[in-house]
Design a binder for this molecule. Structure first.
Ligand code: ATR
Length: 282
């Protein structure tokens, strides 16, 4: 936990490193958190290419930076620079939050808890006992499978364009619960899914994979980890396929940010207020 700097008047530096990163909403969210909690921080957008990642992180740390969010495409690579990894970062094999403490780099992953809090607290969706289908088997999926399994869903299936990546992830998490893998075309529709999560990056690239529409029933809740000012292709597709509800990942974005803020500042902001402000901004 960092010491309060409000009395000394110094400003602690944070930021988000990604490539590209100009679209990131994290500076807005952390500014709102800082105003709300009266924490004296500044938060920068840092566009850093993969080959410059290590130099940029070390320089940020050397010049007094207190912590960083790490985003696409650096979340896996950054684990190598961490002196300590939290259990959830180790399970995910990915880091989205760095804290610099006493010259050491502490890595954590708040994506999974961010999603769980959005589902449970903001949206009232039960994960316990749910039949879950995750579309995609990249870094985003890796970050959320462990926390989802901890909530003991009835089943969790990872469907992906390339079967080998889905199988690799299913094997990685096999000790934490029953996870199965398949291609989009092979998703079983014998049982209805309670929760379908889009964790592919297809929509961001303007592509529309052959998602299994028959997996959606009128009791299926669809969640897109991606978000935008306009409905994402997945959220439109899910609504048209008859989902009970289809939402984008704004809530997860704000919740994972709040958890990073708590790690850095020792205080958890009120996310409901910020979510409201964000949707007004959207
Ligand atoms: P990461 O670095 O996190 O792996 P990525 O390579 O963009 O990010 O891929 C994330 C996920 O989106 C993967 O599951 C990827 O499918 P593959 O493993 O088959 O590559 C998926 N994805 C990206 N574009 C896609 C598309 N056009 N159709 C289907 N899946 C796609």
């Amino acid at each position: 936990m960092s010491e309060s700097n409000t009395e000394t008047g110094t400003i602690d530096r944070y930021g988000v490193m990604g490539y590209p990163v100009s679209h990131s909403r994290s500076p807005v969210i952390h500014r709102l958190f800082a105003l709300q909690t009266r924490e004296n921080i500044q938060y920068e957008l840092l566009q850093v290419s993969p080959e410059k990642l290590e130099t940029a992180v070390r320089q940020f740390q050397r010049t007094g930076g207190k912590g960083l969010n790490i985003t696409v495409p650096h979340k896996t690579e950054i684990t190598k620079l961490c002196d300590h990894l939290s259990e959830r970062a180790t399970t995910a094999g990915a880091v989205n939050t760095l804290a610099f403490r006493g010259g050491e780099v502490y890595g954590d992953n708040t994506d999974g808890i961010g999603l769980l809090r959005d589902l449970a607290v903001n949206l009232g969706i039960a994960v316990e006992g749910a039949r879950i289908l995750i579309l995609g088997a990249g870094g985003a999926t890796r970050g959320i499978v462990g926390p989802l399994l901890e909530m003991q869903p009835t089943s969790l299936i990872i469907a992906n364009r390339s079967l080998d990546r889905a199988e690799e992830l299913a094997a990685h998490f096999s000790q934490s619960g029953t996870v199965t893998a398949c291609r989009f075309e092979a998703v079983s529709i014998a049982e209805k899914y309670d929760l379908i999560i889009n964790a592919t990056s297809a929509g961001v690239k303007g592509e529309m994979p052959p998602y299994p529409a028959a997996a959606i029933s009128d009791s299926t809740f669809c969640y897109d980890l991606s978000y935008g000012l306009k409905p994402t292709p997945f959220s439109v597709w899910a609504r048209e396929a008859g989902a009970a509800r289809s939402v984008m990942g704004w809530g997860m974005l704000v919740e994972q940010a709040a958890e990073s803020f708590r790690i850095w500042r020792g205080v958890r902001p009120d996310t409901a207020a910020v979510l409201k402000q964000m949707s007004i901004a959207a």
